[in-house]
Write a protein that binds this ligand. Structure first.
Ligand SMILES: [Zn+2]
Ligand SMILES: [Zn+2]
Length: 255
């Protein structure tokens, strides 16, 4: 991790919120709150995983975020022209710094669930048609700023015939296509924000279909709605009550 990654993330350290480890009341996939705390998986993950043939069970968010009055959400979700008008950090530099610092602290946690060293890093492309990809998706640029990941980066995913129908909870087997075969690759799939997982689960299934040995998803922010159910409320209240630390993650902290 570079000194600038530490500097940027320290400057905005108060924006991050710790992601809880999987436990009763915390979804084992995305770490949000299930409707019933006896469920291991939340209703969003249940839906997005059942729509595709080969979803992944490994989703690792760096931070939680919420939609209202949350600067992390504003930074991570802002797009294109809008971002240039608003104050705050450069979005691409912020994403790169966050991923860089998290990866340098938790590469072993990620590799443990992946089943080995990563042999490919990729990102989820925009599925909005008619929009120039680079303007709306800073993630490829962010990955190229991270020394530990840039040499493994391959932009293999492209919108497929089912891209237009991906929506909240609507993952789709044909949403993405993979350019060529990626047999045996241990893939780290990086994205900015996880809402229901429709995009990353569609992408994970496409990567598996093309031969990936495993797909581990690293997202900067997991968006939750504390009003959705009691478990989400508990998770968010707890996350706001404690200081954030890059020394722990949802894989290595104790539940
Ligand atoms: Zn979930
Ligand atoms: Zn960890």
């Amino acid at each position: 991790m570079s000194d600038s990654a530490r500097e940027v993330t320290e400057r905005y350290i108060n924006l991050y919120r710790n992601v809880p480890a999987a436990r009763p009341g915390v979804c084992h996939i995305c770490h949000s709150g299930p409707n019933d705390s006896s469920y291991a998986v939340c209703d969003g993950c249940r839906d997005t995983m059942k729509n595709v043939r080969r979803p992944t069970r490994h989703v690792v968010p760096v931070s939680l975020c919420v939609k209202r009055d949350d600067q992390l959400y504003d930074i991570v979700s802002r797009s294109g022209i809008q971002s240039q008008r608003r104050l705050g950090p450069d979005r691409t530099a912020f994403l790169a710094a966050t991923i860089s610092r998290f990866y340098s602290a938790h590469a072993l946690c990620l590799k443990r669930v992946a089943g080995g060293d990563f042999t490919m890093v990729t990102t989820v492309p925009s599925t909005r048609s008619g929009e120039p990809l680079p303007a709306f998706h800073p993630m490829p640029k962010a990955i190229r700023m991270i020394a530990a990941l840039k040499d493994l980066y391959r932009p293999v995913l492209w919108p497929g015939v089912g891209a237009a129908v991906v929506g909240p909870r609507e993952s789709n087997e044909d949403a993405f296509e993979v350019m060529g075969r990626i047999d045996g690759k241990v893939v780290l799939l990086v994205d900015d924000i996880f809402v229901t997982g429709a995009h990353v689960q569609s992408a994970a299934s496409a990567l598996h279909r093309a031969g990936a040995a495993s797909v581990t998803v690293l997202v900067v922010a997991r968006l939750i709605n504390p009003k959705h159910n009691r478990a989400n409320n508990t998770i968010w209240t707890q996350a706001c009550a404690e200081p954030f630390s890059f020394d722990r993650c949802c894989l290595c902290s104790t539940p």
